[in-house]
Design a protein around this ligand. Structure first.
Ligand code: SF4
Ligand code: SF4
Length: 81
């Protein structure tokens, strides 16, 4: 019940624009060419990348304003939801 009240990250252009400032500069994103796989941004709202078998190299999510705003935990949302 507590979990279901957790606000979900809305898939809006505004949120996507914020995400691009972080995900697209991250080593994990660049190394695995995540722009080529869907979803290719806003992983915390849209779910993990369809790229599989990624190594986890480094995640910028904890620096992202949406991470704080939505009380997200952990990061690496491109790898796991
Ligand atoms: S928390 Fe991570 S995946 Fe979500 S918008 Fe920010 S940088 Fe993108
Ligand atoms: S979710 Fe984290 S690890 Fe994945 S691309 Fe975004 S910043 Fe990088």
């Amino acid at each position: 019940m507590f979990e279901s009240n957790k606000p979900t990250v809305e898939d809006t252009e505004e949120n996507r624009a914020i995400c691009r400032q972080y995900c697209k500069n991250c080593q994990n994103y660049k190394k695995h060419n995540l722009e080529q796989f869907q979803p290719n941004e806003l992983f915390c709202g849209c779910g993990q990348s369809s790229e599989t078998g990624m190594k986890v190299i480094g995640c910028f999510c904890p620096a992202c304003p949406l991470f704080t705003k939505y009380h997200l935990r952990g990061g690496y949302f491109c790898v796991r939801r």
